[in-house]
Write a protein that binds this ligand. Structure first.
Ligand SMILES: [Zn+2]
Length: 80
């Protein structure tokens, strides 16, 4: 196998997650991830991250989100 499609899948994963790909490209990537554990793993991580960001944006005003994130970063830095 010369081209497993990983490069394309990884390059377009972000757009795929945001539903920004045309139907053909999205189908290619979906098909690739069905057979590639590496890319489907990255996809799962991407889904979790995307959902977390979307949830945060829906529930919190951007200004609140910004201070929440900054407070969390400060917490993390303080605990190390
Ligand atoms: Zn792959």
């Amino acid at each position: 196998m010369t081209d497993c499609g990983c490069d394309k899948a990884k390059a377009e994963l972000e757009e795929f997650l945001h539903d920004e790909l045309c139907r053909e490209d999205a189908a290619d990537i979906r098909e690739h991830m069905a057979t590639c554990a590496d890319c489907s793993g990255e996809h799962k991580v991407g889904i979790v991250l995307t959902e977390a960001v979307q949830r945060a944006c829906k529930e919190t005003a951007p200004e609140d989100l910004r201070s929440t994130v900054l407070a969390r970063i400060r917490d993390l830095q303080a605990s190390h």
